[in-house]
Design a protein around this ligand. Sequence first.
Ligand code: HEM
Length: 468
Amino acid sequence: MYFIGHFFQIGHEPHKRFTKWARSLGDIYSVQMGQQNWIILTSDKVVGELLQQRGGKYSTRLPSHYTFQILTRGKGYAGSPYNERYKKLTPIMHKILGQRSVRENSDLLNDEFRILMQNLCQESEKAKDEFEDLMRQHLEISKTTNRLSEFFPILKWFPNNKLQNTIIENRDSLEAFLGKLVKEVIDDNEKKPYDNEKKPCVIRGLLHKKDEGILDDLDIIYLMDRIYLVNPIYLINEIFAAGTDTVSASLTWLTATLANIPHVQSKAHQELDRVIGQSRIPEVSDEQNIPYIRAIIKESQRYCGPLYLGVPHGIEEDDEYNGYHIPANSVVILNQYGIHMDENRYENSKEFKPDRFLGFTESSATLANGKYENRDHFAFGAGRRLCTGIHMACITYGVSRLLWCFKIENASSLGNDENASSLGNDGKPIPINLNKVRFGITVWPEEYKVRFVKRHDNVEKVLSGQSQ
Ligand code: HEM
């Protein structure tokens, strides 16, 4: 039994099991996952006191053979141990993804959101492009069930060649895909080296760091002719991998939720009509003036943030905390779901109530760096490994634009909708199913149909810039 521990007791919804256990065992306890010791943290206090206040100890990631060593050739960032290389990369990542970068890249963000909205206007079935498929597979590979050898080291003697080949295939395709992007930027730089008018660009920023010698020493590259390309690829890959599934899952949850709660949506629409009007679309700078929509975003990250158990931290040396012994090499889990559903922290926690956040005027980033008891939620993690993209996620901006353009309707309540029958067609809102969990990574709602209905006649004109 020692070798298996609680592995098979946590079931398909580990966040719920861990939360149930926390209600009887307390806000810190350990479970044995095969040969790994997991420490489960289920209150703002233990998260604040360990991950934040003892950040120097609790900020590593334990090595993962498949997802770190093979998938990212040991050069990733989010999965990296807390070592010298990680510390060297951190300021670069913050520069690329920080608040200033959001301001400087607002043209690019506008363009991206414009394209998304235009696609929605045309009700085009969004084509699953090559990149989206690769990313989905990339994250699928990280599933816990694919990493059994981390829990049961004996399995290392029986290598899973099929899994290994899939990982290598995915890695090579992503490298080729990202390599093309980097090459385009290099070619462009060579053609127009002194063009200061070039649009800001993440890849160009990283190449500068390479020119300055900062990234050069970090990676030993395997193929000489790819040296120029591969150095920044792992960072770009990290930014894409960490930033795509999380944001799209958040938006999917949010649209599914809003479709079911018309009174919340109509309050948001009223705010937009009052503050923005009908002749222009919200900008990044409008964020301060739309407190209700900001509160909706905070509530949606609490209610259905995409990573119920965060990204595991690790501890490399023994520690003592309130009489508990925390052994070196334990995995430390921030049980976001358990904290977010705690009645003592959030009254009526099972209800979607944006009003609970109306008094929270600070951004999640500012609150995450302050006192743990004042935090809005824990969707972006905690401590030194806090989500680097916390500014770049820009959800308030995206959602304010989405709601300016559309009313989101529950397709199942639209009577004769041909897809409605599969979703139940009794006219009542469908409860959102929180069950579909891919353990360890992003959580998506069950397939869910919503319909976007344009709110103004001029939506397309405004989007194409004609009536701004
Ligand atoms: C709603 C959207 C997002 C959510 C909920 C989210 C959540 C998280 C969480 C929980 C972590 C782990 C934190 C910890 O270990 O305590 C993380 C790490 C990270 N995120 Fe995000 N994220 C989001 C969007 C983004 C975006 C848009 C980017 C980049 C453009 C990004 C880049 C990263 C990176 C690089 C890390 C690794 C940080 C490290 O290990 O030091 N994230 N994110």
